[in-house]
Design a protein around this ligand. Sequence first.
Ligand code: NDP
Length: 336
Amino acid sequence: NRQIVLNSRPVGAPTPADFRLIESAIPTPAAGEILLRTTYLSLDPYMRGRMSDAPSYAPPVALNDVMVGGTIARVAASNNPQFKVGDLVLSYSGWQDYAISNGEGVNILPADMAQPSMALGVLGMPGFTAYMGLLDIGQPKAGDTVVVAAASGAVGAIVGQIAKLKGCRVIGIAGGKDKCDYVTNELGFDLCIDRKDPDFAAQLAAACPTGIDVYFESVGGAVFDAVLPLLNVGARIPVCGLIAHYNDQQLPAGPDRLGLLMGTLLKKRIKMQGFIIFDDYGHRYGEFFSAMSQWLSEGKIKFKEDLVQGLENAPEAFMGLLEGKNFGKLIVRVEQ
Ligand code: NDP
């Protein structure tokens, strides 16, 4: 059983030395337990937070413990009457080939699911995050200008497509030409601006001649700086993530722009609200699942997976996620 454990807490960006691959015998389930064989492992930005022991909404991974993560797995042995060998499940097994579970929080997926990895992306946590953040906090109305950060990624791609379904004008922000082309040509956003272009702020302003009504924030940093002066009176900002800051070790050097931010929120009566998807909206998963399943069956929502082969490549892929090297929902195929 191969496991990737947290070897050390990163200082700034994670490095390969922060992870360690260990091997041990495949564990045996006790009474009431099941043995899960990981098929797919989801890699998500929140894992950077779990590597740190700074206070957060969830406890950190302990040093030498297996890295946490959502997984698709097969039941390989069962001493629990709720599961049978061969069941396909959505679990939280982490970065390892095999895991033992008492079945709590393990959900059986339809055996005939065409693409089970969808339960880690468009039909799972990232899709749910996009749906709730945009619709409940963003409150988009037809004709609104909606700006979406990290627009080609797991969450952003879905945010923009739902906003289009609601009749909005949608501007994506992504890193590089290929991602921007995908966002407009494949996902159907109206425009996409490359955040790496030196002229980025001016291009964003030109793309939003009537200002921004909803800004879906996943990034922070220079992207938010460009968005702030464009916000309209009554704008809504779902604060979903701040990936540009996850490796920060201290506050950036001045000037202090807190007054500018607070003044803008005040004068323009802007609603800016953070959320943690399952803590705040777990009870509405069913509503999301039905809506998304319907849109998918009608071909109204597209999605892209960035599939990495082999558990041993998870650390490198995760480090790349924090630098924008992924293109689509990042997933590791663990069982070859
Ligand atoms: P993505 O698939 O969007 O991948 C992350 C993307 O972030 C990269 O591809 C890159 O896109 C962008 N990025 C990385 N580093 C930087 C940087 N320094 N500056 C600007 N952009 C950067 O990830 P997800 O869709 O899974 O997650 C998106 C955001 O949503 C994250 O902030 C995550 O933490 C948050 N999230 C929050 C949840 C909640 O409950 N609040 C739940 C799920 C996700 P590009 O190259 O295009 O710039």
